[in-house]
Design a protein around this ligand. Structure first.
Ligand SMILES: Cc1cc2nc3c(=O)[nH]c(=O)nc-3n(C[C@H](O)[C@H](O)[C@H](O)COP(=O)(O)O)c2cc1C
Length: 387
Protein backbone atom coordinates (compact mmCIF):
# COMPACT_ATOMS: atom_id res chain seq x y z
CA UNK A 1 0.00 0.00 0.00
CA UNK A 2 1.21 3.50 -0.84
CA UNK A 3 0.75 6.25 1.76
CA UNK A 4 1.93 9.80 2.05
CA UNK A 5 2.07 12.41 4.79
CA UNK A 6 2.74 16.10 4.34
CA UNK A 7 3.94 18.52 7.01
CA UNK A 8 4.66 22.22 7.29
CA UNK A 9 2.99 25.58 7.88
CA UNK A 10 2.36 28.10 5.10
CA UNK A 11 4.93 30.57 6.49
CA UNK A 12 7.09 28.07 8.38
CA UNK A 13 10.62 27.16 7.27
CA UNK A 14 9.63 24.37 4.85
CA UNK A 15 7.08 21.84 3.66
CA UNK A 16 7.87 18.15 3.54
CA UNK A 17 6.23 15.05 2.14
CA UNK A 18 7.11 11.45 2.90
CA UNK A 19 5.85 8.82 0.47
CA UNK A 20 5.92 5.22 1.60
CA UNK A 21 5.32 2.11 -0.49
CA UNK A 22 6.62 3.18 -3.91
CA UNK A 23 8.06 0.10 -5.67
CA UNK A 24 11.82 -0.09 -6.25
CA UNK A 25 13.30 0.70 -9.65
CA UNK A 26 11.05 3.59 -10.79
CA UNK A 27 13.13 6.09 -12.77
CA UNK A 28 12.71 9.51 -11.10
CA UNK A 29 13.64 12.79 -12.78
CA UNK A 30 14.07 15.88 -10.60
CA UNK A 31 13.37 18.01 -13.69
CA UNK A 32 10.08 16.17 -14.04
CA UNK A 33 9.20 17.02 -10.43
CA UNK A 34 10.09 20.69 -11.00
CA UNK A 35 7.92 20.84 -14.14
CA UNK A 36 4.92 19.86 -11.99
CA UNK A 37 5.85 22.39 -9.29
CA UNK A 38 5.96 25.15 -11.89
CA UNK A 39 2.43 24.32 -13.06
CA UNK A 40 1.13 24.88 -9.52
CA UNK A 41 2.74 28.32 -9.48
CA UNK A 42 1.46 29.59 -12.85
CA UNK A 43 -1.96 31.02 -13.62
CA UNK A 44 -4.16 34.05 -13.94
CA UNK A 45 -5.53 34.97 -10.53
CA UNK A 46 -2.42 33.91 -8.59
CA UNK A 47 -1.40 36.17 -5.67
CA UNK A 48 1.91 37.78 -4.66
CA UNK A 49 3.22 34.72 -2.83
CA UNK A 50 4.05 33.02 -6.13
CA UNK A 51 6.47 35.86 -6.91
CA UNK A 52 8.44 35.08 -3.74
CA UNK A 53 8.61 31.28 -3.87
CA UNK A 54 10.60 29.07 -6.25
CA UNK A 55 9.26 25.75 -4.90
CA UNK A 56 12.53 24.00 -5.49
CA UNK A 57 12.41 20.37 -4.32
CA UNK A 58 15.22 18.66 -2.40
CA UNK A 59 15.23 14.87 -2.33
CA UNK A 60 16.18 13.75 1.19
CA UNK A 61 15.65 9.99 0.98
CA UNK A 62 14.47 6.97 -0.97
CA UNK A 63 16.05 7.69 -4.37
CA UNK A 64 19.52 6.58 -5.44
CA UNK A 65 21.19 6.95 -8.85
CA UNK A 66 17.92 8.24 -10.33
CA UNK A 67 15.69 5.36 -9.18
CA UNK A 68 13.47 4.56 -6.20
CA UNK A 69 14.96 1.97 -3.83
CA UNK A 70 11.77 0.87 -2.06
CA UNK A 71 12.40 2.94 1.06
CA UNK A 72 10.37 6.04 2.05
CA UNK A 73 10.93 8.98 -0.29
CA UNK A 74 11.14 12.32 1.52
CA UNK A 75 10.95 15.61 -0.37
CA UNK A 76 11.55 19.06 1.12
CA UNK A 77 10.40 22.42 -0.25
CA UNK A 78 11.74 25.51 1.45
CA UNK A 79 9.34 28.43 2.09
CA UNK A 80 11.39 31.42 0.98
CA UNK A 81 8.79 33.75 2.53
CA UNK A 82 9.73 32.41 6.01
CA UNK A 83 12.62 34.84 6.29
CA UNK A 84 10.13 37.75 6.02
CA UNK A 85 8.08 36.56 8.98
CA UNK A 86 10.50 37.28 11.86
CA UNK A 87 9.32 35.97 15.24
CA UNK A 88 5.73 35.45 14.05
CA UNK A 89 6.41 31.83 13.10
CA UNK A 90 9.09 31.10 15.71
CA UNK A 91 9.16 27.57 17.14
CA UNK A 92 10.57 28.85 20.45
CA UNK A 93 8.83 30.61 23.37
CA UNK A 94 8.20 34.32 22.72
CA UNK A 95 7.38 37.22 25.09
CA UNK A 96 3.67 38.10 25.49
CA UNK A 97 4.03 41.37 23.54
CA UNK A 98 5.50 39.52 20.50
CA UNK A 99 2.70 36.95 20.58
CA UNK A 100 0.06 39.67 20.98
CA UNK A 101 1.44 41.62 18.02
CA UNK A 102 1.38 38.50 15.83
CA UNK A 103 -2.11 37.38 16.90
CA UNK A 104 -4.95 37.07 14.34
CA UNK A 105 -8.42 37.34 15.92
CA UNK A 106 -10.85 38.02 13.05
CA UNK A 107 -11.80 34.65 11.48
CA UNK A 108 -12.59 34.66 7.74
CA UNK A 109 -15.95 33.19 6.69
CA UNK A 110 -15.39 30.24 4.35
CA UNK A 111 -12.12 29.24 5.99
CA UNK A 112 -11.76 26.92 8.96
CA UNK A 113 -10.45 29.83 11.07
CA UNK A 114 -13.31 29.90 13.60
CA UNK A 115 -13.99 26.15 13.90
CA UNK A 116 -10.23 25.60 14.18
CA UNK A 117 -9.69 27.92 17.17
CA UNK A 118 -12.75 26.47 18.89
CA UNK A 119 -11.66 22.89 18.25
CA UNK A 120 -8.05 23.28 19.43
CA UNK A 121 -8.59 25.91 22.19
CA UNK A 122 -6.48 28.64 20.53
CA UNK A 123 -6.63 32.41 20.99
CA UNK A 124 -4.83 32.96 17.68
CA UNK A 125 -6.32 32.12 14.28
CA UNK A 126 -2.80 31.92 12.81
CA UNK A 127 -2.31 28.52 14.48
CA UNK A 128 -5.16 27.27 12.28
CA UNK A 129 -4.74 29.12 9.01
CA UNK A 130 -1.05 28.29 8.68
CA UNK A 131 -1.82 24.60 8.25
CA UNK A 132 -5.30 24.81 6.69
CA UNK A 133 -3.81 26.97 3.92
CA UNK A 134 -3.52 25.42 0.48
CA UNK A 135 0.21 26.10 0.54
CA UNK A 136 0.08 22.45 1.67
CA UNK A 137 -0.81 21.48 -1.90
CA UNK A 138 2.82 22.25 -2.83
CA UNK A 139 3.81 19.07 -0.97
CA UNK A 140 0.95 17.11 -2.55
CA UNK A 141 2.07 18.16 -6.03
CA UNK A 142 5.66 17.10 -5.26
CA UNK A 143 4.36 13.67 -4.19
CA UNK A 144 2.08 13.65 -7.23
CA UNK A 145 5.10 14.09 -9.48
CA UNK A 146 6.53 10.84 -8.06
CA UNK A 147 3.21 9.04 -8.60
CA UNK A 148 3.00 10.33 -12.16
CA UNK A 149 6.49 9.02 -12.92
CA UNK A 150 5.47 5.64 -11.50
CA UNK A 151 2.34 5.65 -13.68
CA UNK A 152 4.36 6.72 -16.75
CA UNK A 153 6.52 3.61 -16.33
CA UNK A 154 3.27 1.62 -16.73
CA UNK A 155 2.02 3.57 -19.76
CA UNK A 156 -0.51 5.67 -17.81
CA UNK A 157 -0.75 9.44 -18.29
CA UNK A 158 -2.70 12.11 -16.43
CA UNK A 159 -3.58 15.67 -17.50
CA UNK A 160 -6.18 18.30 -16.66
CA UNK A 161 -7.71 21.48 -18.02
CA UNK A 162 -9.99 24.29 -16.92
CA UNK A 163 -13.58 23.93 -18.12
CA UNK A 164 -15.18 26.75 -16.12
CA UNK A 165 -14.20 29.96 -14.35
CA UNK A 166 -17.02 31.89 -12.70
CA UNK A 167 -19.95 31.88 -15.15
CA UNK A 168 -17.72 31.14 -18.21
CA UNK A 169 -17.97 27.47 -19.31
CA UNK A 170 -16.27 25.50 -22.08
CA UNK A 171 -19.09 24.44 -24.45
CA UNK A 172 -16.93 22.26 -26.74
CA UNK A 173 -17.17 18.50 -26.24
CA UNK A 174 -15.09 17.51 -29.28
CA UNK A 175 -11.71 17.34 -27.54
CA UNK A 176 -9.53 14.38 -26.57
CA UNK A 177 -6.65 13.62 -24.25
CA UNK A 178 -4.06 15.31 -26.49
CA UNK A 179 -5.99 18.61 -26.26
CA UNK A 180 -6.26 18.30 -22.48
CA UNK A 181 -2.54 17.54 -22.24
CA UNK A 182 -1.71 20.57 -24.38
CA UNK A 183 -3.77 22.98 -22.24
CA UNK A 184 -0.82 24.11 -20.17
CA UNK A 185 1.20 24.93 -23.28
CA UNK A 186 -1.85 26.44 -25.06
CA UNK A 187 -2.61 28.90 -22.27
CA UNK A 188 -0.74 28.51 -18.96
CA UNK A 189 -2.68 31.49 -17.55
CA UNK A 190 -6.09 29.77 -17.65
CA UNK A 191 -5.37 26.23 -18.91
CA UNK A 192 -8.47 26.55 -21.11
CA UNK A 193 -8.21 24.89 -24.54
CA UNK A 194 -10.50 27.42 -26.28
CA UNK A 195 -8.46 30.56 -27.06
CA UNK A 196 -11.43 32.95 -27.24
CA UNK A 197 -12.89 31.64 -23.98
CA UNK A 198 -9.46 31.80 -22.33
CA UNK A 199 -9.29 35.51 -23.16
CA UNK A 200 -12.74 36.06 -21.62
CA UNK A 201 -11.64 34.15 -18.51
CA UNK A 202 -8.52 36.31 -18.15
CA UNK A 203 -10.66 39.46 -18.49
CA UNK A 204 -13.13 38.16 -15.92
CA UNK A 205 -10.33 37.44 -13.43
CA UNK A 206 -8.84 40.91 -14.00
CA UNK A 207 -12.24 42.53 -13.50
CA UNK A 208 -12.89 40.47 -10.35
CA UNK A 209 -9.49 41.49 -8.97
CA UNK A 210 -10.45 45.16 -9.52
CA UNK A 211 -13.73 44.58 -7.68
CA UNK A 212 -11.75 42.93 -4.85
CA UNK A 213 -13.79 39.73 -5.16
CA UNK A 214 -12.88 36.09 -5.93
CA UNK A 215 -13.90 33.34 -8.37
CA UNK A 216 -14.32 29.56 -8.44
CA UNK A 217 -14.68 27.14 -11.33
CA UNK A 218 -14.31 23.58 -12.60
CA UNK A 219 -11.24 21.50 -13.47
CA UNK A 220 -11.51 18.30 -15.54
CA UNK A 221 -8.82 15.63 -15.14
CA UNK A 222 -8.19 12.67 -17.45
CA UNK A 223 -6.17 9.50 -16.90
CA UNK A 224 -5.44 7.36 -19.98
CA UNK A 225 -3.88 3.90 -20.29
CA UNK A 226 -5.49 2.70 -17.05
CA UNK A 227 -6.05 -1.08 -17.18
CA UNK A 228 -9.48 -2.66 -16.69
CA UNK A 229 -10.20 -3.93 -13.19
CA UNK A 230 -8.70 -1.44 -10.71
CA UNK A 231 -10.84 -1.11 -7.58
CA UNK A 232 -13.68 -3.51 -6.84
CA UNK A 233 -17.45 -3.68 -6.63
CA UNK A 234 -17.36 -6.10 -3.67
CA UNK A 235 -17.24 -3.63 -0.78
CA UNK A 236 -17.89 0.09 -0.25
CA UNK A 237 -14.34 1.04 0.66
CA UNK A 238 -12.83 -0.78 -2.33
CA UNK A 239 -14.92 1.09 -4.94
CA UNK A 240 -12.51 3.23 -6.94
CA UNK A 241 -15.06 5.97 -7.65
CA UNK A 242 -15.50 6.46 -3.90
CA UNK A 243 -11.75 6.51 -3.32
CA UNK A 244 -11.21 9.05 -6.10
CA UNK A 245 -14.04 11.23 -4.76
CA UNK A 246 -12.51 11.26 -1.27
CA UNK A 247 -9.05 12.15 -2.52
CA UNK A 248 -10.26 14.95 -4.79
CA UNK A 249 -12.76 16.33 -2.28
CA UNK A 250 -9.90 16.68 0.21
CA UNK A 251 -8.36 19.42 -1.98
CA UNK A 252 -8.81 22.84 -0.38
CA UNK A 253 -11.86 24.68 -1.86
CA UNK A 254 -13.24 21.63 -3.73
CA UNK A 255 -16.95 21.31 -2.93
CA UNK A 256 -18.11 18.67 -5.44
CA UNK A 257 -16.57 15.83 -7.43
CA UNK A 258 -18.15 14.41 -10.59
CA UNK A 259 -17.15 11.22 -12.42
CA UNK A 260 -17.89 11.11 -16.14
CA UNK A 261 -21.19 12.81 -16.99
CA UNK A 262 -22.48 12.12 -13.46
CA UNK A 263 -24.40 15.37 -12.95
CA UNK A 264 -25.91 15.49 -16.45
CA UNK A 265 -26.86 11.81 -16.34
CA UNK A 266 -29.16 12.25 -13.34
CA UNK A 267 -31.62 14.05 -15.66
CA UNK A 268 -31.44 11.78 -18.73
CA UNK A 269 -33.02 8.42 -19.68
CA UNK A 270 -30.72 5.41 -19.31
CA UNK A 271 -30.50 4.89 -23.08
CA UNK A 272 -28.71 8.26 -23.35
CA UNK A 273 -26.39 7.61 -20.41
CA UNK A 274 -24.82 4.15 -20.61
CA UNK A 275 -21.92 3.27 -22.90
CA UNK A 276 -22.73 0.40 -25.31
CA UNK A 277 -20.17 -2.41 -25.53
CA UNK A 278 -18.67 -3.23 -28.94
CA UNK A 279 -16.10 -5.85 -30.07
CA UNK A 280 -12.47 -4.75 -30.50
CA UNK A 281 -9.83 -6.81 -32.29
CA UNK A 282 -6.82 -5.95 -30.11
CA UNK A 283 -8.33 -5.25 -26.67
CA UNK A 284 -11.31 -7.62 -26.86
CA UNK A 285 -14.00 -5.02 -26.07
CA UNK A 286 -14.50 -1.30 -26.61
CA UNK A 287 -17.08 1.50 -26.25
CA UNK A 288 -18.14 4.24 -28.66
CA UNK A 289 -18.85 6.64 -25.81
CA UNK A 290 -17.39 7.26 -22.35
CA UNK A 291 -20.16 8.93 -20.39
CA UNK A 292 -19.28 6.79 -17.35
CA UNK A 293 -15.83 8.39 -17.19
CA UNK A 294 -13.99 5.06 -17.21
CA UNK A 295 -15.53 3.55 -14.07
CA UNK A 296 -18.57 1.27 -13.68
CA UNK A 297 -19.55 -0.28 -10.35
CA UNK A 298 -16.41 1.05 -8.67
CA UNK A 299 -14.13 -0.73 -11.19
CA UNK A 300 -12.11 0.77 -14.06
CA UNK A 301 -13.42 -0.38 -17.47
CA UNK A 302 -10.38 0.50 -19.60
CA UNK A 303 -11.77 3.79 -20.96
CA UNK A 304 -10.11 7.07 -19.95
CA UNK A 305 -10.95 8.09 -16.38
CA UNK A 306 -12.60 11.53 -16.46
CA UNK A 307 -13.27 13.42 -13.22
CA UNK A 308 -14.34 16.99 -12.54
CA UNK A 309 -13.84 19.01 -9.38
CA UNK A 310 -15.84 22.10 -8.50
CA UNK A 311 -13.80 24.77 -6.70
CA UNK A 312 -15.66 27.36 -4.64
CA UNK A 313 -14.40 30.98 -4.85
CA UNK A 314 -11.49 31.78 -2.51
CA UNK A 315 -12.63 32.82 0.97
CA UNK A 316 -10.04 35.55 1.63
CA UNK A 317 -11.63 38.71 0.26
CA UNK A 318 -9.70 41.99 -0.09
CA UNK A 319 -13.08 43.62 0.60
CA UNK A 320 -13.63 41.51 3.72
CA UNK A 321 -16.93 40.03 4.89
CA UNK A 322 -18.45 40.46 8.34
CA UNK A 323 -17.20 38.36 11.22
CA UNK A 324 -16.80 38.44 15.01
CA UNK A 325 -13.52 39.09 16.87
CA UNK A 326 -12.76 35.91 18.85
CA UNK A 327 -11.47 37.88 21.88
CA UNK A 328 -13.70 40.99 22.08
CA UNK A 329 -16.76 39.23 20.53
CA UNK A 330 -17.46 42.49 18.68
CA UNK A 331 -18.67 42.48 15.03
CA UNK A 332 -15.69 43.36 12.78
CA UNK A 333 -14.45 42.85 9.22
CA UNK A 334 -12.51 39.62 8.57
CA UNK A 335 -8.72 39.44 8.46
CA UNK A 336 -7.08 39.87 5.06
CA UNK A 337 -4.17 37.51 4.39
CA UNK A 338 -2.26 37.96 1.14
CA UNK A 339 -4.29 35.87 -1.25
CA UNK A 340 -5.12 34.70 -4.77
CA UNK A 341 -8.21 35.82 -6.71
CA UNK A 342 -8.89 32.55 -8.58
CA UNK A 343 -6.97 29.32 -8.07
CA UNK A 344 -8.74 27.20 -10.69
CA UNK A 345 -5.92 27.22 -13.31
CA UNK A 346 -3.41 26.26 -10.59
CA UNK A 347 -5.77 23.73 -9.03
CA UNK A 348 -5.55 21.33 -11.99
CA UNK A 349 -2.14 20.00 -11.10
CA UNK A 350 -3.36 19.29 -7.55
CA UNK A 351 -6.25 17.21 -8.93
CA UNK A 352 -3.75 15.37 -11.13
CA UNK A 353 -1.56 14.63 -8.08
CA UNK A 354 -4.46 13.24 -6.05
CA UNK A 355 -5.78 11.12 -8.93
CA UNK A 356 -2.23 9.85 -9.53
CA UNK A 357 -2.05 8.84 -5.86
CA UNK A 358 -5.31 6.84 -5.93
CA UNK A 359 -4.38 5.07 -9.18
CA UNK A 360 -0.85 4.26 -7.98
CA UNK A 361 -2.28 2.68 -4.87
CA UNK A 362 -4.90 0.69 -6.81
CA UNK A 363 -2.21 -0.61 -9.19
CA UNK A 364 0.08 -1.78 -6.39
CA UNK A 365 -2.91 -3.44 -4.75
CA UNK A 366 -3.81 -5.40 -7.90
CA UNK A 367 -0.39 -6.14 -9.40
CA UNK A 368 1.96 -6.33 -6.40
CA UNK A 369 4.29 -3.69 -5.15
CA UNK A 370 8.00 -4.41 -4.61
CA UNK A 371 9.65 -3.99 -8.01
CA UNK A 372 8.54 -2.00 -11.07
CA UNK A 373 9.63 -4.80 -13.46
CA UNK A 374 7.42 -7.35 -11.65
CA UNK A 375 4.43 -5.01 -11.92
CA UNK A 376 5.04 -4.45 -15.65
CA UNK A 377 5.25 -8.22 -16.24
CA UNK A 378 2.13 -8.86 -14.19
CA UNK A 379 0.13 -6.25 -16.15
CA UNK A 380 1.27 -7.80 -19.48
CA UNK A 381 0.09 -11.27 -18.40
CA UNK A 382 -3.22 -9.90 -17.14
CA UNK A 383 -3.94 -7.90 -20.32
CA UNK A 384 -3.25 -11.01 -22.43
CA UNK A 385 -5.73 -13.02 -20.32
CA UNK A 386 -8.63 -10.56 -20.54
CA UNK A 387 -8.33 -9.96 -24.29
C1 LIG B 1 -3.93 25.73 -5.11
C2 LIG B 1 -4.85 26.42 -4.13
C3 LIG B 1 -4.54 27.71 -3.69
C4 LIG B 1 -5.37 28.39 -2.79
N1 LIG B 1 -5.05 29.66 -2.42
C5 LIG B 1 -5.88 30.35 -1.59
C6 LIG B 1 -5.59 31.69 -1.22
O1 LIG B 1 -4.62 32.29 -1.65
N2 LIG B 1 -6.46 32.32 -0.37
C7 LIG B 1 -7.57 31.71 0.12
O2 LIG B 1 -8.32 32.32 0.87
N3 LIG B 1 -7.87 30.44 -0.22
C8 LIG B 1 -7.06 29.74 -1.05
N4 LIG B 1 -7.38 28.45 -1.40
C9 LIG B 1 -8.60 27.83 -0.88
C10 LIG B 1 -8.55 27.59 0.61
O3 LIG B 1 -7.39 26.91 1.01
C11 LIG B 1 -9.79 26.81 1.09
O4 LIG B 1 -10.95 27.41 0.61
C12 LIG B 1 -9.84 26.78 2.60
O5 LIG B 1 -8.79 25.99 3.08
C13 LIG B 1 -11.16 26.28 3.17
O6 LIG B 1 -11.33 24.94 2.81
P1 LIG B 1 -12.61 24.47 2.03
O7 LIG B 1 -12.83 25.53 1.01
O8 LIG B 1 -12.24 23.19 1.43
O9 LIG B 1 -13.74 24.43 2.99
C14 LIG B 1 -6.55 27.75 -2.30
C15 LIG B 1 -6.86 26.44 -2.73
C16 LIG B 1 -6.03 25.79 -3.65
C17 LIG B 1 -6.40 24.41 -4.11
Amino acid sequence: MIRFLTSGESHGPALTVTVEGLPAGIPISLDGIHAEMKKRMTGSGAGGRMLIETDEVRILSGIRFGKTIGSPVTLLIENRDYKNWGATMSASEQPDEVRAAARVTKPRPGHTDLAGVQKYAFDDVRNVLERASARETTARVAAGALFKQFLAALGIEIASHTIRIGHLSLKRRDYGFDDVKASYATDPETRCIDAALAQQMRDLIKDTRMRMDTLGGIVETWAVGVPVGLGSYVHFDRRLDGRIAQALMSIQSVKAVEIGDGILSAGLPGSEVHDEIIPDGSRGFDRNTNRAGGIEGGVTNGMPIIVRVYHKPISTLYKPMNTVDILSREPVKATVERSDICIVPRGGVVSEAMLAYVLSNALVEKFGGDVIGDIQASIRTYLARIR
